[in-house]
Design a protein around this ligand. Structure first.
Ligand code: URA
Length: 212
């Protein structure tokens, strides 16, 4: 794992292998979705590494013990619609008791600016760790907008999970939300003039849902 305080790149061989298959334009919709789910379990493991922990007294069949258990309130997973749902599926399997929120943003293809159409999150966000998920951190516009909305709704402990990041998006997040750590599988070269990541994997939503 490569880490700086703001960006963590998960360079585990399994993550990198799966990502290469996902990038390949010959990979089917079914294969892409399956791999995204698998990779989100591995990325989820990393982003949740420092969750607060406490102990509880239990009886094993042998004796009583003080055993580790997660502390505090259940965490919240927030998917940025629609592509976020692909990452959400895997990480929700990893933490089935997590609460789930949705932020609906679409990208205006002319301005590349996010337009909000939906926002639904648990009411007590301030007491819970919040993991925002979206596969592609490209311009960073929609991530910054989603985090703005979550902070307005009271969230204090926010982390962002993506599959691929562009340097432009990482810089934008570092400027707008330096308190939000980012975990990703790769930091790609750059954006093209339409705001797509190069070399990237194309449109993540289209690839996971078979739309075009
Ligand atoms: N969104 C995508 O789905 N792909 C990109 O490359 C950039 C934004």
């Amino acid at each position: 794992m490569t880490a700086n305080p703001h960006l963590t790149i998960v360079d585990h061989p399994l993550v990198q292998h799966k990502l290469t298959i996902m990038r390949d334009k010959g990979t089917s919709t079914k294969g892409f979705r399956q791999l995204l789910k698998e990779i989100s379990l591995l990325l989820g493991y990393e982003i949740l590494r420092d969750l607060p922990i406490t102990t509880t007294t239990i009886d094993t069949p042998m004796e009583e013990m003080e055993a580790p258990t997660l502390a505090g309130k259940k965490l919240v997973l927030v998917s940025i619609l629609r592509a976020g749902n692909g990452l959400l599926e895997g990480i929700h399997d990893l933490v089935p008791s997590a609460r789930v929120g949705y932020v609906g943003l679409y990208r205006d293809e002319e301005t590349l600016k996010p337009v909000q159409y939906y926002f639904k999150v648990p009411s007590d966000l301030g007491d819970r760790p919040v993991i925002v998920v979206d596969p592609m951190l490209a311009t960073g516009n929609s991530t910054v907008a989603a985090v703005d909305l979550l902070k307005e709704a009271g969230a204090k402990d926010i982390r962002f999970l993506c599959l691929l990041a562009a340097p432009e998006g990482v810089a934008r997040m570092a400027e707008a939300h330096p308190d939000v750590p980012i975990v990703t599988a790769a930091l790609d070269r750059q954006l093209n003039d339409k705001g797509y990541i190069l070399p990237g994997l194309g449109d993540a939503g289209d690839r996971m849902f078979g739309t075009k």
